[in-house]
Structures are given as C-alpha cells and as structure tokens.
Design a protein around this ligand. Sequence first.
Ligand SMILES: C[S@@+](CC[C@H](N)C(=O)[O-])C[C@H]1O[C@@H](n2cnc3c(N)ncnc32)[C@H](O)[C@@H]1O
Length: 318
Amino acid sequence: MQTEPLFPLPEVRVLIGDSRELLANLPAESIQCCVTSPPYWGLRDYEHPAQIGAEPSPEQYVANLVEVFRGVWRALRKDGTLWLNIGDGYARNGGTGNHGPNAVVGNTRKLIQRRNCKVPNCWGLKDRDLMGLPWRVAFALQADGWILRSKITWVKRAAMPESVKNRPTNATEEIFLFAKSPKYYYDSSAVRESTGANLRNFWMLGPEGNGKGHPAAFPRELARRCILLGSRVGDTVLDPFAGSGTTGEVAQKLGRPAILIELNPQYSQIIERRISHVIREERRSCAEIGRPARQRFSGRLARYRRRATVAAQPAPLQ
Ligand SMILES: C[S@@+](CC[C@H](N)C(=O)[O-])C[C@H]1O[C@@H](n2cnc3c(N)ncnc32)[C@H](O)[C@@H]1O
C-alpha cells in the first residue's frame, strides 16, 4: 500500500457554487470516495441564499441532504463509499445572547433564526429535545438506496464548551459509512488500531489548528482515515461541502486527486492557501532530495490558482 505523496502531486479542483447543481457536472461513476461534513441545521450562517442548514424546518434540511447525496451517488463508482460526518442539535424556543440556540458560533457573522427560534413543528419535537438529526439523515439516505455500513463515533478531545447544568456536555459526533453496493472498496489494512487489530468505530480525534478562518473544519486525521480506508492512490476523492478544504488537502498529500465543492467563494482563498502550502512543502522536500522540482511545482501552483477562479462558473468536467 502506498501512502506517500506522488510526484507530481495530484490535482485538487475547487468548484464554487451549490452542490445540488454542480454535482450534475461530474462524470458518472468517476469518484471513489466522498468524505464530507454538511452544515449543522439552524446553527451557523454561511451567508448565502442557497446554503444548506438554514432551512425553516429540519425536514427540509434532511430532504436537501438527500438531494445532494443523490448527486454524489450518480458520481460515485459502483464500489464507492460515502463518509458522512454530521452533527445534531436541540429544538428550542426563543433564546438570544451569547448562549443557547441563537448564540454567535465560531467566527460566523450572523445568527440564524435570530430572536424567532421556534421548536420545529415535526417529529413530535418539544422544547429542548435533541433532534437526532444524524440518524434521521441516515435513515433518509437508507430509504433512498444507500447501504449504511457503519456508524463511527468521533469523540472530540476538545469539545465546544457548553454552559449547561442539566445534561452532559456534547463531545461526540457521528461519521456514517455508506456504500453504493454490497461489494465496495474498503482497505482494512490502511488504518489499524495500535495493537494491529481491525480499526474500531470509535475515533478520539482533535483538536487541530487547521482550517483557520472557517468555523467548522474537521480534523485532518478524520479525513485521512476515511480517505485511506475508502480509496487507493490515484482514486478521485470528493467533498461537496468543502469549507476550508481539509478533505482536499489530505487527499492531495495522500496522492489522490480531489474535487471540492463549496458555496461560499470566501472559503476558496483558505482552500487555495492550504493547497499551496502542501505544494510548497512538497517542493521543499523535492529540493532536499536534489530533484529539479522548482519549475514543475511553480507551474502547478499557477495552474491551480487559475483553476480555482475559473471554476466559479459551473462547467462540465472532463
Ligand atoms: C461544516 S462546513 C465543512 C467544513 C469542512 N469539512 C472543513 O474541514 O473545512 C460546511 C460547508 O458547506 C458549505 N455549504 C453550505 N451549503 C452548501 C451548498 N448548497 N453547496 C455547497 N456548499 C455548501 C458551507 O459554506 C460550509 O463551508
């Protein structure tokens, strides 16, 4: 198994726009592995009318995610997998200020449902009910044809502080492994427990200082495990909710080309910075081992930059 970066580095393509539209431009059955984390419902404001997570009801949120992953299904190879990290939330009435459902989160500028936060009128939800959104999404995807193969619990070493006194602090999130067909690519030798045993569905990860400038980046190690387990060197990896581009950065380091889709053009700069950093690091290590790499990598960097802006217009991919 090869896990070292290849020379030249594989390409990361960044498409700016709504995943529900842009996924249709990807060639069918061209992606081996999708690693992604959609926005929470009703929490952060990514400041775009087409953002997922700001729907008036969580039922619409689930329906929108089903639509996105239908697009992923089409683009995924028959033996491909979807690794879906998704967070939960509480149904609440009202609440403003620095705590509770309407608090400012991370560095997002606005609050969703400011001052008019209401318990959604569905699923029998009551004030302060945990909505169970990860499982509702998982069941909806199952009903849409996906095979649910695993539920991995990501235990956060540094959980977001909560001021609650009537329940334990949330410190976990789900990562679901879905397959398109019963026989799918999964390299169980790529990531093992330290004892050598098969990897367990319990990952203690973070914190990491990655994705600076994005409020909800997941740890590189999360992406690394999913990519190694779900793809080979050279296979294409997809993230339809790219954010700061963690999936792309890790895929590139692992020798996999990546396609990233992100709605908010501001984040493309963060992605570009991260990918440029990978390229610079690789160039440095090339120079250290005496390869004439400088020219090759400056060309790649320039091409990457051109693509990141050109890709703002949806165009069929070759
Ligand atoms: C939880 S963040 C992803 C963070 C990412 N895993 C990282 O490590 O940086 C979700 C992202 O989805 C984007 N998003 C929301 N709605 C979208 C849509 N309809 N199409 C594409 N991206 C969308 C948001 O702008 C946000 O950056």
